[in-house]
Design a protein around this ligand. Structure first.
Ligand code: ADP
Ligand code: MG
Length: 341
């Protein structure tokens, strides 16, 4: 069956039937707007991410169920980066009319499965026809006490720079997918990233992170956002970059500059944060409780920009900083961005 036969309202009715009621939802899908009641003393954090066919995903490389999961996951990662508890989501879709209903069913079942894993309620959205490809826009709402939210702008000189998990796997996964590889850990991490929700909340609620961001554009690009907004610089020791065995193997066997993937690959959806050095032991134990690995990769220094040493301890200058949608490399295009020194 095609969506043309089911119709917009047939599709919305199916979705409404599958969306679960949760605390804080006074009125969900069905009226002109949802009614939400935030918990006492908490502020609401709101974030949106758009996924466009041909820009963010290729229907030939991803299956609809995983695409549904990822479209919510990337939003939950933004909430995690501020230490917020995710609560609600809105899902807006521009759908090519010829798209099979089975595709949409698999997509929404993936979306709702990830929502369930994180106790997120789907409370609304919009559905319209697309004359081009599939466009997915998700808005996620989360909650936190105002004093516990962690921003990008509050890194302090002397802080350690830390990152959860490993870097570069997602970019490697995309490279492998393009070569026809369909499975493996890196491919999985690219298609089905898991947002670090518990880790972000724990770091925020224990007051352990001074500044935090999720790694979506690439480590260097995202670190530069933190540095820029905090008015500080950083020194990174690239021999400490956390790499998976698969990534390490790939770096040892191919590529001109093996550090490009972990530094500029993007879509890792790990948490990059800064913290006072005396908190390191507590951070390790809190994150170990969540089953999350953490690595110190550098420190915050006075000044601006990132200075780096490579695996041999020599100064390192990156070929590119990270992903930019309009094709202009950040270092060349933006005077706001600190220079790489
Ligand atoms: P309106 O025309 O007033 O914007 P719609 O007919 O678009 O209303 O939507 C009706 C209801 O269905 C609303 O509650 C809206 O939030 C919900 N809705 C529409 N599309 C989606 C979607 N893709 N996912 C979740 N809820 C949706
Ligand atoms: Mg509408």
């Amino acid at each position: 069956m095609k969506l043309e036969e089911l119709g917009e309202f047939g599709f919305i009715d199916r979705l409404a039937g599958q969306a679960k009621a949760r605390t804080g939802v006074v009125l969900g899908i069905g009226d002109d707007a949802a009614i939400l009641a935030p918990a006492a003393g908490k502020v609401t954090l709101a974030t949106s991410d758009m996924l466009v066919e041909g820009v963010h995903f290729d229907l030939a490389l991803s299956d609809p169920r995983t695409l549904g999961r990822k479209s919510l996951a990337v939003n939950l990662s933004d909430l995690a980066a501020m230490g917020a508890q995710p609560r609600h989501a809105l899902l807006s879709l521009a759908i090519p009319p010829a798209l099979p209903v089975e595709f949409l069913d698999a997509f929404t079942s993936g979306f709702l499965a990830l929502a369930d894993e994180f106790q997120v309620a789907l409370v609304g959205g919009d559905t319209c026809a697309s004359r081009g490809g599939l466009v997915i826009s998700v808005t996620a709402l989360g909650e936190q006490c105002p004093g516990l939210v962690v921003r990008r702008s509050t890194a302090r000189v002397g802080d350690l720079v830390l990152v959860t998990g490993t870097l570069g796997d997602s970019a490697l996964g995309l490279e492998l997918l393009r070569q026809g590889v369909r499975s493996g850990r890196s491919v999985e991490r690219h298609l089905d990233p898991l947002p670090r929700v518990a880790a972000g909340i724990r770091l925020a609620e224990a007051g352990l992170a001074n500044a935090m961001i999720d790694v979506s554009d690439g480590l260097l690009a995202d670190l530069c956002h933190v540095l820029d907004l905090s008015g500080v610089g950083a020194r990174l020791d690239l021999s400490r970059l956390p790499l998976s065995a698969e990534c390490r193997h790939h770096l040892a066997t191919g590529g001109n500059d093996p550090l490009v993937l972990p530094l500029a690959g993007g879509e890792d959806y790990e948490l990059l944060f800064t913290a006072a050095p005396e908190r390191e032991a507590v951070i390790r134990s809190v994150l170990a409780d969540c089953g999350v690995q953490v690595t110190v990769i550098g420190e915050i220094i006075a000044g601006a920009g990132v200075s780096m040493t490579d695996l041999a301890g020599n100064p390192y200058f990156p070929a590119r900083l990270g992903y930019n949608h309009f094709g202009i490399t950040r270092d060349a295009a933006s005077s706001r961005l600190p220079e790489v020194t």
